[in-house]
Design a protein around this ligand. Sequence first.
Ligand SMILES: Nc1ncnc2c1ncn2[C@@H]1O[C@H](COP(=O)(O)OP(=O)(O)O)[C@@H](O)[C@H]1O
Ligand SMILES: [Mg+2]
Length: 250
Amino acid sequence: MAERIILEEKSYKTVCREGNILIKSFVPSHPKSNVYNEAYIHSCVEEAGIPVPKIISVTPSEDGGFAIAMEFIEGKTLQQMMAETPEKTDEYLERFVDIQLEVGAHRTPKLRNTRYKMIDIINGLTEIDASTRYELLQRIHGMKRHTKLCHGDFVPSNVIIRDDGSYCVIDWAHATSGNAGADAAITYLRFTLEDPELADKYLRLFCRKADMAIQYIQTWMPIVAAAELPRYKGAERELLEQWISVAEYQ
Ligand SMILES: Nc1ncnc2c1ncn2[C@@H]1O[C@H](COP(=O)(O)OP(=O)(O)O)[C@@H](O)[C@H]1O
Ligand SMILES: [Mg+2]
């Protein structure tokens, strides 16, 4: 049997490699429906012809949780590449944006619509007042309805580049069908929390390559910050709250 190598451990899951198989094991308290939903979304994206690791199975683990098994992709994530060769960050960022645009050009109507997912999250937020929630929901209703594939967590650690230069996108738990501008706003938010300078570079590059107005992405920012709020704590959460507050007086 192949040796088990742990690649990443979080409170609710462990990612490990066993030979040419990648196993994402979730703790028993992580809802079974979330595990199946992640595998379902990933399978839809795989069937749409996007380069992703092939899903092999969803199986119960000995501890009572569930695990997703998929193909292990040999290569390096763009995050690893940026860390190892910082002088090539601009080149890698270009590749990153090109891949985001290529992925976002696909339609995946089977996936949940971004706007409905965001509306549900915002309606359920107890930490922001009713007037702000109202403003945010109005803002969503004012947006055009698109059905483009949105990864929902498009960051350099979720893009693997193989030795031959081809790519594979992983971590599809948050994917929806909706507006490319919303997906770019999520990426910009994640970059801002890690490296604000790189975040601005990303935003300018994305807008140029997508021929999209920066103001359009900015319109999404308070909505995206609200929808992402439950995932953050402390100083990061305060930053998200500042983004949300823009919706109150615009
Ligand atoms: N199929 C795969 N093949 C190779 N490496 C993978 C694969 N899936 C995940 N990884 C590695 O494990 C890391 C974490 O997996 P990921 O699915 O992104 O979970 P999360 O970011 O939610 O912890 C990735 O950044 C990548 O380095
Ligand atoms: Mg990831």
